[in-house]
Design a protein around this ligand. Structure first.
Ligand code: XMP
Length: 325
């Protein structure tokens, strides 16, 4: 029977046998897959592992700082922090089409990844948090026909675009490839991964950039980060975090009229998107308690400058998607 203990032991043995004394690169996103992978590899090969975290500027408030603190300080797993906020924002200037936004973010990610892996490298191996469902989906598309080894032509990295250049191809280390998501969580837990990461809600690679409809600007990022923080704080404080598959805020690029004190306001609306789901493929809008919604709405309108209205999304998937872009 499958136990996390035997899985971890065998995975460590396999990783050591495969990697030997070579160096391994890992792109950390902060999600449960790449974090579990980092913990596992660190246990197996210690300093031969290099983790990099690319800060695109689209994470939730405080998350990059928290991630660095947890890995570097608490667990002493060194993560290279790559500050790339300005270049991502520049690439999105004037861009409103959702597909174009995703494409540009994905390409920029590959570019930064390429530059940084050359700077920190060379590396022989790339560790990826590929899970069993990903293996089935991508079939044999990146198996080296000569050796039968899976090689990295793409990086998973939560962006599904972009190829790596010919002279920068890594052999893959994918120790999670036989696991389902709930097994990854168990493995992560058994390796000491903190609950805040184990239970973290799914978060898209392009992050808040696809939760700001239309053009992404620094101003809008600040507004959404503040509104989203209130959502997270209240959902946590009132004990509902585990009830939702995801619970987040979306910023719309329209303005409506409101009143504050004796003044008329004209500002953006924030949408609350709370859903329940098993796997993200289908989802129901959550029947969130009115008291929770009320606190969130009051706090957002009172505390976040630039927002004067909060609305609740009551669309399931299908026909809606979970994200708005
Ligand atoms: P949708 O919006 O398609 O989302 O209903 C389904 C699930 O996937 C997440 N999502 C992403 N995850 N990279 C990711 O890693 C992405 O580009 C991406 N887009 C959507 C979404 O948050 C939901 O959990």
């Amino acid at each position: 029977t499958w136990t996390t203990e035997t899985f971890v032991e065998e995975a460590i043995r396999e990783i050591r046998a495969r990697v030997g004394d070579k160096r391994v690169l890992l792109a950390l996103s902060g999600g449960v897959d790449s974090s579990t992978l980092a913990f596992l590899l660190h246990r197996a090969i210690g300093d031969q592992l290099t983790c990099m975290f690319i800060d695109q500027g689209f994470m939730r408030k405080g998350e990059p700082e928290r991630l660095m603190e947890v890995f570097n300080e608490k667990f002493k797993i060194h993560v290279e922090y790559i500050q790339a906020r300005d270049r991502f924002l520049q690439r999105l200037e004037g861009i409103t089409d959702p597909e174009e936004k995703r494409k540009r973010i994905g390409h920029e990610f590959i570019r930064v990844f390429e530059e940084e892996s050359r700077r920190l490298g060379p590396f022989d191996y790339l560790a990826q948090g590929t899970l069993y469902p990903d293996v089935i989906e991508s079939a044999d598309t990146n198996v080296d026909p000569k050796t039968g080894e899976r090689v990295a032509v793409k990086i998973k990295s939560h962006h599904n675009v972009g190829g790596l250049p010919k002279d920068l191809q890594f052999k893959l280390v994918e120790p999670l490839r036989r696991l389902f998501k709930d097994e990854v969580r168990q493995v992560g837990r058994s390796l000491g991964l903190p609950e805040e990461i184990v239970k973290r809600h799914p978060f898209p690679g392009p992050g808040l950039a696809i939760r700001i409809l239309g053009e992404v600007t620094a101003e809008k990022l600040n507004i959404l980060r503040d509104a989203d923080l209130i959502v997270r704080q209240e959902v946590n404080r009132q004990g509902y975090y585990d009830e939702f598959w995801q619970a987040f805020a979306v910023l719309l690029p329209v303005k409506s009229v409101g009143v504050m004190g004796d003044k008329r306001t004209y500002a953006y609306p924030v949408v609350l998107r709370f859903v329940s789901s098993e796997d993200g493929m289908t989802a129901d809008w959550s029947r969130a308690p009115y008291d929770l919604l009320e606190t969130i709405s009051n706090r957002i309108v009172n505390e976040v400058k630039g927002v004067n209205r909060v609305v609740y999304d009551i669309t399931s998937k299908p026909p809606g998607t979970i994200e708005w872009e």
